[in-house]
Design a protein around this ligand. Structure first.
Ligand code: MGD
Ligand code: MGD
Ligand code: MO
Length: 771
């Protein structure tokens, strides 16, 4: 691939399938990482950005939210996929006004996300108005004026402010302040689609919506569960932490329908033995569970732990902890007393023996951590599944001691920080009161729209202005076809973006694309010189991030500047909030934050210390649980799992090794052995036979939800070691199959890992050729 030359689009007929791998990383990871970097950005930008990644005064990796070591850092503290995220952003390819003049919307509609994203960084603000066929350049002044005009012409409840989780703390704080100054809590974010279920389970049970472990805890744990997570791809630096835990004598249990390579063996590319040797074996036990059956598994484990406690009193339950800090153990004990093993085995696809073996590991462990990600958060009963995890942790007193706790592994690199900063459609009263006091504004109290509500609001023509701080709403959400149609009816869509994506193509009647600086870009056009931003990782550590590369265009603005100018254009220069000072000097934003948010006192000063600082975490710091009753809660949930209707399979959607959400770095899902194509359905060999199909058959897919169907055509079946009854496809191709009402109860997170699908054969010659 020539640097600067964007790629060809995907040809699904070139699909290649090989045997899945059983180890992650190694030399190949380094080769791929450097290759991608150099192809996009050249040698010097690649070296400059990668060496600064995750260093103390460097750039927080825009990849995932896994924390950096507080102690010694390696010269190169990054992983293959972090390097790809950086290559994607630091690319020298550019999307200039000429690009928009050359390609009409009609043409761009035929392109895949792979092609769009690979065109490069957007260099100038552009606009498209009703009747236009192409985007064209607009000045920043005119763009802001247009935004102000449209927001003022609307009512607050018809304006929506979406955030994708790359936005730094300071920008997120200003953004929610802007929405609230206008008078709306319509602040949907990617967290609604991601770990909202975790927050919904953790807040009422342990009194905080975040994880309770540090990186050091991962190293020290005696037993770690990695559940519903593919760390080899989505959090590769987690593998080093797991390897360190193994080194210290810890054990690992992996729970996943798929035998993901990163769960089994890790060849650390940052050590000589990792590059060429056998690597470290990770999972001691692998429970290949059926999709959606984790609640059944955790209930069975609860039953076995309590059974053992009855047999040898004092051997399992941490009675002092339970008596002092928790409520509800009696009801939990009673509910777990009986178990239907036949049903449990059928639901999970696991044997009683396998489950008992893992229960024994829990009994033997004095410090257990349970990690989870989207495999647990995106199903109708997700919140109850996660509450069941908390039950297990509470039983053995696994809070507030080294090597123990709950670990939701977050997604976007600052998704946790954005929420801390108040990007939430359901803000708490204390936060609004603090905002009102600090800024003399009158924040609205009524709750706003989350991501799923926003899709509904689009469909029902209830949105006039949609502002998107990063992200790709059209493709990230459910019901792609319906949503895209509905988004096109919105009066004004504003995308603050780095790269072209589908949401720009399926734009509102008038649409603005505003190019912004990314994490790796220097941000120095300020009276006081270069500015730094801050982020919060998955383990509540807050630290600085600053880019070191010259931006590829002088016309891009930093996110805080864009927000301030939108606010001034909308609210006028005499508004109570001094937007201008905040955009000029980010210390001013941080001073405000320090007075509004608990845990941020002396923000500016503490941010400048070596490792940043850790936010207060009552369960972790002092075994205190700030729930409404001041105690942690055991909960009782009914047994629930997913049963596909006759002739259907349960479809989960997941990320390939070569993508970042809706952005595709390349077409090589290397660990799973699938390359050059993405429209695939992984299916168990016996299910394929039962349904009358063969490996590599071409099918159209139909999903069923409450009597309604959705359809997505032209997928290839790939026989794969997934459990019976459970299929898998890539996100976002499968989002067209997602009914928007299929959600997790309580959290309203889409059930992206819980669709019921069937297939109809498709003749080979029907295959439309993509570009
Ligand atoms: N390189 C890269 N890094 C990323 C991202 C990316 O796209 N690319 N995305 C970021 C974001 S926003 C997020 S939220 C995270 C996502 O991180 P992950 O949660 O790891 O992402 P998914 O690819 O959705 O993988 C879900 C895993 O859960 C398993 N699974 C599915 N259903 C079930 C189930 O019912 N039970 C169990 N036990 N397992 C199940 C799947 O087989 C798969 O291994 O990663 C972040 N990091
Ligand atoms: N079927 C299915 N659907 C899912 C999921 C799933 O597992 N299955 N996962 C869900 C999850 S967990 C998430 S988090 C969402 C992801 O949803 P989003 O966060 O909305 O999507 P991304 O693909 O991460 O957004 C990519 C775009 O962000 C912009 N961008 C990149 N960096 C920056 C930056 O620094 N600043 C700004 N302003 N813009 C930037 C680029 O223009 C790029 O096109 O998708 C959800 N959808
Ligand atoms: Mo996410």
């Amino acid at each position: 691939m020539k640097r600067g030359a964007p790629v060809e689009d995907i040809n699904e007929n070139s699909l290649v399938v090989k045997k899945p791998k059983t180890h992650a990383a190694g030399l190949e990871a380094v080769v791929v990482a450097l290759d991608r970097g150099i192809a996009q950005a050249g040698v010097s930008r690649t070296a400059k950005s990668l060496l600064r990644l995750n260093q103390r005064d460097g750039t927080d990796c825009p990849g995932c939210a896994w924390p950096e070591s507080q102690g010694h850092r390696k010269t190169a503290e990054f992983c293959e996929n972090g390097a790809k995220a950086v290559a994607e952003e630091s690319t020298l390819r550019t999307v200039t006004p000429d690009f928009w003049a050359e390609h009409s919307i009609a043409e761009l509609e035929t392109k895949t996300e792979y092609w769009l994203g690979n065109q490069g960084r957007i260099t100038h603000p552009v606009v498209i108005r009703p009747g236009d066929t192409h985007y064209s350049q607009i000045s920043w002044d005119d763009a802001f004026e247009l935004i102000g005009e449209k927001i003022r012409a609307s009512t607050p409840d018809r304006t929506v402010f979406y955030t994708s989780g790359r936005t730094a703390n300071e920008s997120a704080f200003m953004y929610q302040l802007f929405a609230r100054s206008i008078g709306t809590n319509n602040l949907p974010d990617c967290s609604n689609m991601c770990h909202e279920s975790s927050g919904s389970a953790l807040n009422p049970t342990i009194g905080i919506g975040k994880g309770t472990v540090s990186l050091e805890d991962i190293h020290q744990a005696e037993l770690i569960f990695v559940v519903g997570q593919n760390p080899g791809t989505n959090h590769p630096r987690m593998l080093s932490a797991l390897a360190e835990c193994k080194d210290n004598g810890g054990k690992i249990v992996a729970v996943n329908p798929l035998p993901e390579a990163g769960l089994f063996n890790f060849r650390d590319p940052q050590t000589p033995t990792g590059l060429v040797g056998k690597g470290v074996d990770l999972a001691d036990e692998f429970l290949q569970i059926k999709v959606g059956a984790d609640l059944a598994l955790f209930q069975a484990l609860g039953h076995l732990l309590l059974e053992e406690e009855e047999r040898v009193p004092g051997s399992v339950v941490d009675h002092d902890f339970v008596a002092e800090n928790t409520d509800g153990i009696e009801a939990y004990r009673a509910a777990r007393k009986v178990i239907d093993w036949e049903e449990t085995e059928a639901a999970t696809g696991l044997s009683r023996l396998e489950i008992a073996k893992v229960a024994q590991m829990m009994v033997a462990s004095k410090a257990t951590i349970i990690c989870w990600a989207l495999g647990l958060t995106q199903q109708p009963h997700s919140v109850n599944t996660l509450k069941e995890i908390i039950n297990l942790l509470l039983l053995q007193g696994n809070f507030g001691k080294p090597g123990a706790g709950a670990c939701p592994v977050r997604g976007h690199s600052n998704v946790q920080g954005d929420r801390t900063m108040g990007v939430w459609e359901k803000p708490q009263e204390w936060m609004l009161a603090a905002l009102d006091k600090e800024f003399s504004i009158d924040s609205p109290r009524a709750h706003g729209l989350d991501s799923v509500d926003t899709v509904d609001a689009f469909v029902n023509n209830n949105v006039d202005v949609f502002v998107s701080m990063g992200g790709n709403f059209a493709l990230a959400c459910s019901d792609t076809e319906l949503l895209e149609g509905a988004m096109q009816r919105v009066g004004l869509t504003v995308s603050v973006s780095t790269k072209p994506n589908r949401s720009h193509v399926k734009h509102g009647q008038t649409s603005l694309i505003l190019p912004t600086l990314g994490r790796t870009d220097t941000d120095d056009k300020h009276p006081g010189g270069r500015q730094v931003l801050s982020v919060e990782d998955s383990m509540s550590v807050v630290r600085t991030t600053q880019g070191r590369l010259d931006p590829v265009s002088e016309h891009m603005l930093a996110e805080p500047v864009i927000i301030a100018r939108m606010a001034r254009a909308t609210l006028g220069d005499d508004h109570a909030v001094d937007w201008k000072s905040m955009a000029e000097d980010y210390d001013v934003i941080r001073d405000h934050i320090s007075r509004v948010l608990p845990g941020f006192q002396d923000f500016n000063k503490r941010l400048k210390t070596k490792n940043g600082f850790v936010l207060p975490n009552p369960p972790r710091d002092s075994r205190s649980f700030k729930t409404d009753i001041g105690l942690a809660r055991f909960t009782v949930s009914p047994l629930e799992y997913l049963t596909p209707p006759e002739g259907h399979l349960i479809l989960q959607t997941m990320r390939s090794h070569d993508q970042y959400n809706t952005t595709f770095y390349g077409l090589d899902d290397r660990y799973r052995g699938i390359s050059n194509g993405r429209r695939v359905i992984l299916i168990n060999a016996d299910d394929a036979v039962d349904m009358g199909f063969q490996d590599r058959d071409l099918v159209d897919v139909i999903s069923t939800f409450q009597g309604e169907e959705r359809r997505a055509d032209n997928f290839r079946l790939v026989v794969y070691p997934t459990p019976r009854g459970c299929a898998a496809a890539y996100f976002p191709e499968a989002n067209a199959l997602m009914h928007r009402e299929l959600v997790a109860r309580e959290s309203n997170t889409p059930g992206y890992k819980a669709m019921a699908v069937r297939f109809i054969p498709r003749a080979e010659d029907e295959t439309p050729q993509l570009s």
